[in-house]
Design a protein around this ligand. Sequence first.
Ligand code: NAD
Length: 391
Amino acid sequence: MIVKPKIRGFVCVTAHPNGCAAHVQEQIDYVKSQSPIQNGPKKVLIVGASTGYGLASRISVAFGSQADTIGVFFERPANNGRPASAGWYNSAAFDTAAQKAGLFSKSINGDAFSNEIKQETIAAIKAHLDKVDLVIYSLASPRRNDPVNGEVYKSVLKPIGAPFTAKSIDTDKELIAEVTLEPATEDDIHNTVKTMGGEDWDLWIQALSAADVLAEGAKTVAYSYIGPEVTYPIYRQGTIGKAKEHCEAQAKAIQQTYGIDAYVSVNKAVVSQASSAIPVVPLYISILQKVMKEMHLHEGCIEQCHRLFIEKLFVDGPPVLDEAGRLRVDDWEMQPAVQAAVKQVWPHITTENLRELADFQGYQDEFLKLFGFGLPGVDYAEDVEIEVDLA
Ligand code: NAD
């Protein structure tokens, strides 16, 4: 089949198998070109392993620390002539590359919030790894089925307390317009914290600990975001921010309860399937990318994850933490010079000058790459097999 991008709003509903494999290979090549992770992890579980930060974490520990990995995710296989989702193709490509490099790699596709997938994962750890020494928690999901009471929680991206009006970009139509977002209800806040907060991270560690599959000195890391003032009402002070605060508090609770090193890493804003759904944020990312590229500070997921492991987590001595006990790889994004440059552009940006004042081309290129489009060396006119197996 010849696969072309089909964009619907902020998602692309098709993905290219060879393009996704090339994207994974690009990230592997990056890691191989960098220093290895000294005293890095050897047996790693990644929850949310198929795209974005989770995939980059998996690639970094596998190819930067020779780690065997188990990746859990929720992706769609090819069906009825419809290509699989990008995360499916990414994971299949990762499995192949890891096994070729002599590393163990197993992918588990299913709902990570469920007890069944937790138990299936534990069985796989016991069978293949014995124990894990690092657990990365990188889920981004709009809904969660509670495994205890069967309730379905839907997360929302809303401000809290008052409506929020700001510039936002319709990335599909390339239009900048003001959007007004109505404030969340108490229910919205509760549901978002239940979905994207730290509860499920805690349930994972509880299950892994009870099954005795956490190695002595194991670490766990979940990902968070803070960002600039311009996105505070929709992000850090909004419903998703409440979930992130919950997750950060959970790190301390996990540490105390299970006696393992639990951290939140605050990462930078990048183009991902999750971030493209947030109002205002894609416009901020487009401006940020231009500023950071000009300052030679640009990073994507793979650069972020590798720097996190090399410079912050697996260092001689204790991990490098901020005053609140968090790992910070948003440090370059939050540099005053970077933020001042973004702030200067923000009031002036319009549909007409978007490509001049922001790196919108770069944003679009990155977005298409998430689905395997626009990669060098891939023949997009070629008929490709869309049915691809996971390991
Ligand atoms: P993403 O959409 O690229 O990846 C989400 C992952 O979660 C995928 O592997 C997906 O399959 C998996 N997933 C979703 N629902 C699942 C379910 N029910 N069961 C199993 N797997 C499921 O997202 P991302 O942007 O890489 O975000 C990952 C984490 O990083 C999130 O916590 C996010 O808040 C955080 N973060 C993202 C950014 C950013 O700019 N993208 C910045 C800082 C922190």
